[in-house]
Design a protein around this ligand. Structure first.
Ligand SMILES: C[S@@+](CC[C@H](N)C(=O)[O-])C[C@H]1O[C@@H](n2cnc3c(N)ncnc32)[C@H](O)[C@@H]1O
Length: 227
């Protein structure tokens, strides 16, 4: 099995001695990676569908992994509400679906790792509104897609991320890695392509143009931190 960069990057953030819920586990590769690399951990591999759990079981068997995990059919946290989970992973799911799943998150969860299949801005708003603090962000490029990895931990101080930090990521923006620049250059190209196909008087023209200008500010250091 060649492990995906996204799975590798997420598994690097898992600590020994933790109890993890991998929500939307699908193939179960993250469970394999965690159990191979971490000591004294337990993983609940959760999926809303039966078939992915069957695939996960097969993959775990391939690696002769017999313990340290349980596969559970559940819509988000619904069937694992009574488990004392400290770490949750929500990867490969769109951010609006992730927000629905977060409505029901166990209070015991103090560490969350996100790798949304689309954007992360609404997730960062949730983090800001729910007394969590972003402690790590990275971008992974795989199969033509940029994935933002966002890790947050429970905090006793409420973080007030500003509009730019919510949109670009408070850590990603200030690090300005090559992948960050590539991601937003690629987004600008996509938006300019859309713009070239719609008439000037179309109500979306100005909206898209403003979004391009908003993104282009990352190249001119106009963004300021609030925290
Ligand atoms: C694209 S896969 C992502 C697999 C893996 N997490 C990754 O990032 O590579 C998304 C998985 O999430 C599952 N899923 C979608 N909504 C869910 C929900 N509400 N609760 C649990 N699993 C869900 C799907 O059945 C699917 O197996």
């Amino acid at each position: 099995m060649s492990i995906s960069k996204k799975i590798k990057s997420i598994s690097n953030l898992i600590q020994d001695n933790s109890i993890i819920a991998d929500i939307g586990t699908d193939h179960g590769y993250l469970i394999v990676e965690i159990l191979k690399n971490n000591k004294n951990v337990f993983v609940y591999g959760v999926d809303i569908n039966e078939k992915p759990l069957h695939n996960a079981k097969q993959n775990l068997n391939k690696f002769s992994i017999k313990k340290g995990y349980e596969l559970i059919i559940s819509d988000g946290f619904q069937n694992i509400r009574n488990k004392n989970i400290d770490t949750a992973v929500l990867a490969g799911i769109g951010q609006y679906k992730i927000l629905e799943i977060l409505h029901n998150i166990n209070d015991s969860v103090s560490n969350i790792i996100f790798a949304s299949s689309d954007k992360s801005n609404k997730i960062r708003e949730w983090i800001s509104n729910n007394s969590f603090k972003i402690v790590f962000e990275d971008i992974v490029y795989e199969n033509g897609f940029f994935y933002e990895i966002v890790q947050c931990i429970k905090s006793n101080k409420k973080m007030h991320y500003n509009k730019d930090e919510i949109f670009f990521g408070p850590i990603l923006y200030y690090n300005k890695s090559n992948l960050f620049i590539s991601k937003w250059n690629s987004e600008i190209l996509k938006l300019k392509n859309i713009l070239s196909k719609i008439p000037l008087e179309n109500q979306n023209f100005k909206k898209i143009k403003n979004k391009i200008l908003f993104i282009e500010r990352i190249f001119t250091n106009e963004i300021k931190s609030t925290n």
